[in-house]
Design a protein around this ligand. Structure first.
Ligand code: PLP
Length: 396
């Protein structure tokens, strides 16, 4: 296969981060990476908190949180009145699930591209309420139109109480047509929760235009915010029904304050999130998106080529701007969660590269991300050394 031309690197971008220079960090999608300027912002806020905790919590913190919420909502095209800061996507999902008032005979419909921890959360809420959960198979190669038809055929009006879909899937790095899925579910009055964990910062989005009942996304992945920063966006008709996980002093205020205020916590990650967006904007949001998507595509091609994967078998994410790509691993490698975790560790240790290794339907996949701090040679080095390591794994 002819080697594609990699995108031009963004000069100096790596220096904005404190990543270990001896490691190729190709897994931004897992836990993000926080620019130094944002780490410093958070430290300054912590210094302020420790200088006088009473003053920090007692004066203006609620207003500062509201200001932060408005800033993040504007970036995402969401109604600030319907946007709550939460610690992470998993928490946002849990808030929604426990607010649904599920009953026996109700079902939550998800897909087999859903995120594992979110599936556990759905399963627990179903156990607690007597509801059931159903997972739809969406073939990896299905078109958007086919996906919409598969979902349409599986909705059970009167029984399906929630459709849960990912905007960009984790294990399969696939963009799902969430606006069209919301429209289909709406025809039957079925609420939709969009898990958009990877979307803020990576993909252009107008959350309100999607029209979902619930949309939750992390700022701490592609939005350069400190970890523990996410938003839950709720449609007007649900706002009075949303219950926080922990009831605290803002309970009487209703949504979003009651969901945000979780008693005495370190709220500095949220307050630092605008600095993450500032870093992204300083680099140029569109430039970063184009660079990251092109670099991830480059990485997919060089690594796929090294593993002998025909270009046609390298999955297309199904939409522009996606900075995560997957490469199929040889049959029999990393087909289970445990094997995938072991291989990830081995690649980190032996090849000084951090990647995600996913097991999906018994098959192993390597997931590569592109970020401003990455350069083409990092994927090339991985491509040069991975086949030998996989051969070793194959030999046991
Ligand atoms: C699709 C999806 N949903 C949910 C999550 C969970 O995110 P968090 O750990 O920040 O709650 C992830 C994390 O990677 C994800 O990829």
């Amino acid at each position: 296969m002819s080697v594609p031309t990699p995108p031009e690197s963004i000069p100096g971008a790596r220096l904005l981060f404190t990543l270990d220079p001896s490691v190729s960090y190709l897994n931004h999608g897992a836990f993000g990476a926080v620019p130094l300027s944002v780490q410093r912002t958070q430290q300054r806020l912590r210094d302020e908190m420790e200088a006088n905790p009473q003053r920090f919590f007692g004066m203006a913190l609620i207003d500062r949180l509201a200001h932060t919420r408005r800033h993040l909502a504007a970036f995402l095209g969401a109604d600030p009145e319907g946007t709550a800061l939460v610690g992470n996507t998993t928490t946002g999902v849990a808030v929604v699930l426990q607010s649904l008032g599920l009953r026996p005979d109700d079902e939550v419909l998800g897909t087999d591209h859903g995120y594992g921890a979110v599936n556990y959360s759905v399963a627990r809420e179903c156990r607690r309420t007597g509801a059931t959960t159903r997972s739809l198979h969406l073939p990896r190669s299905a078109t958007d139109a086919q996906i919409v038809e598969i979902v349409r055929a599986c909705l059970r009006p009167g029984r399906t109480r929630l459709l849960l879909v990912d905007q960009l899937t984790s294990a399969t790095a696939r963009v799902l047509p969430v606006a069209a899925l919301v429209a289909v579910a709406r025809e039957h009055g079925i609420p939709v929760l969009v898990d958009a964990a990877h979307v803020p910062g990576m993909l252009p989005v107008q959350v309100d235009a999607i029209g979902a009942d619930f949309w939750v996304g992390n700022l701490h992945k592609w939005g350069f915010a400190p970890r523990g920063t996410a938003v839950l966006v709720v449609a007007p008709s649900w706002r009075t029904r949303i219950e926080p996980l922990v009831v605290s002093w803002q309970q009487a205020e209703g949504f979003p304050g009651n969901v945000e205020w979780q008693a005495t916590l370190d709220y500095t990650s949220w307050l630092s999130a605008p600095a993450g967006l500032y870093a992204l904007r300083s680099l140029g949001v569109e430039r970063v998106r184009a660079h990251n998507a092109a670099l991830a595509a480059y990485g997919q091609q060089v690594v796929g080529d090294a593993l002998g994967v025909p270009p046609a078998d390298l999955p297309d994410p199904g939409g522009p701007g996606v900075a995560m790509r997957i490469v199929p691993l040889p049959a029999g490698v990393a087909g289970t969660l445990e094997e995938a975790a072991a291989l990830r560790g081995r690649i980190a240790e032996r090849l000084a590269a951090e990647v995600a290794v996913m097991a999906w339907h018994g098959r192993g996949w390597l997931r590569l991300c592109g970020q401003v701090y990455n350069t083409p040679d990092e994927y090339e080095r991985l491509a040069a050394r991975l086949p030998a390591l996989l051969a070793e794994v194959g030999r046991g």
